[in-house]
Design a protein. Structure first.
Length: 234
C-alpha cells in the first residue's frame, strides 16, 4: 500500500503505521486533507471500521477492523482495558525514575485537558512512565496508559514537570533545531508533538487471535535521539 506502512492485514483487521500530521477520521473542515480512514477505504475499495484513534500529530500503530464482527470485538477489548498500549515520548528534563501518575482529568479551556483540582469531579486516569534513555536535558520515555482519556499522556507528563519537547497546547510550540538538540545548524529536526504509539497487544478474543503490533521510532524522533546522544558525548 503505497505511502502507508502496513503492519498486519488479515483475519478481519488491518494495522498501519500512521504518519504524524494525519487525522484518523475526517476533520470538520471541508478542505482538510484525506484522513487515514478515507485513504484506506479509497485504496482498498471497501469500508473500514475505526476501532480507536490517535491525535493528528501522534504517529504509530493504528488498528482498523474490516468486518462488523471484528470491529465489535476489538472495540469492546479497548473499552475494557484488554488492549495494552505502549507509547514512546521525548520529554523535557531528566526523567530518571519510574512513575505512576494517578490523577483525574477535567476539561480546560480551548479544548485542553487538565488535572482535576481537589474536590473537583474528573475522569479517573492512570499512566505508568518508564525512562528508556536519559540525556543532558531531555529524556526518551515509555508511557503505558491504563485508561484512555483525551490528551492523558501529555497532561500527566506535564504534571510531572516533564512536558513533551513540542506541544502546541501544553508546552513549547516552536520546533527544535539541530543545534538545540546537540548538533550543528539551524535546520528544523522536531516540529510536532513527539509522541509515538510504539506497541499494541491483546490476548485471544472471541473470533480474534492474540496479537502484538509494533512500530519503530519514526524518522524525526529517531533523528532527535541521535542528536541528543551526540550532545552527551561532547
Amino acid at each position: 500500500m503505497s505511502g502507508l506502512r502496513v503492519l498486519f492485514e488479515g483475519a478481519g483487521l488491518l494495522a498501519v503505521d500512521k504518519p504524524a500530521g494525519m487525522l484518523v477520521i475526517p476533520g470538520r473542515s471541508e478542505d482538510a486533507a484525506p484522513s487515514l480512514r478515507e485513504e484506506l477505504e479509497a485504496r482498498l475499495k471497501r469500508k473500514v471500521y475505526v476501532v480507536h484513534r490517535l491525535d493528528r500529530d501522534t504517529s504509530g500503530v493504528v488498528v482498523f477492523a474490516l468486518t462488523p464482527e471484528v470491529h465489535r470485538t476489538l472495540s469492546m477489548a479497548f473499552e475494557s482495558g484488554q488492549v495494552h498500549k505502549r507509547y514512546l515520548a521525548l520529554v523535557e528534563g531528566r526523567l530518571e525514575a519510574r512513575h505512576v501518575v494517578d490523577a483525574a482529568l477535567a476539561s480546560g479551556r480551548k479544548g485542553r485537558m487538565r488535572v482535576a483540582r481537589p474536590g473537583e469531579e474528573g475522569k479517573p486516569s492512570t499512566t505508568k512512565f518508564r525512562p528508556v534513555e536519559v540525556f543532558a536535558s531531555a529524556s526518551l520515555v515509555e508511557a503505558e496508559p491504563l485508561t484512555g482519556r483525551t490528551h492523558q499522556i501529555r497532561v500527566h507528563l506535564l504534571s510531572l514537570g516533564h512536558p513533551l519537547l513540542v506541544d502546541h497546547q501544553y508546552g513549547r510550540d516552536t520546533p527544535w533545531t539541530a543545534r538545540e538538540l546537540g548538533g550543528v545548524g539551524e535546520g528544523q529536526v522536531l516540529a510536532r508533538t513527539p509522541l509515538h504509539a510504539a506497541r499494541l497487544e491483546w490476548p485471544a478474543l472471541p473470533g480474534v487471535e492474540a496479537r502484538v503490533l509494533e512500530s519503530p521510532l519514526p524518522e524525526d524522533m529517531a533523528s532527535a535521539v541521535t542528536l541528543l546522544r551526540a550532545g552527551m558525548s561532547t
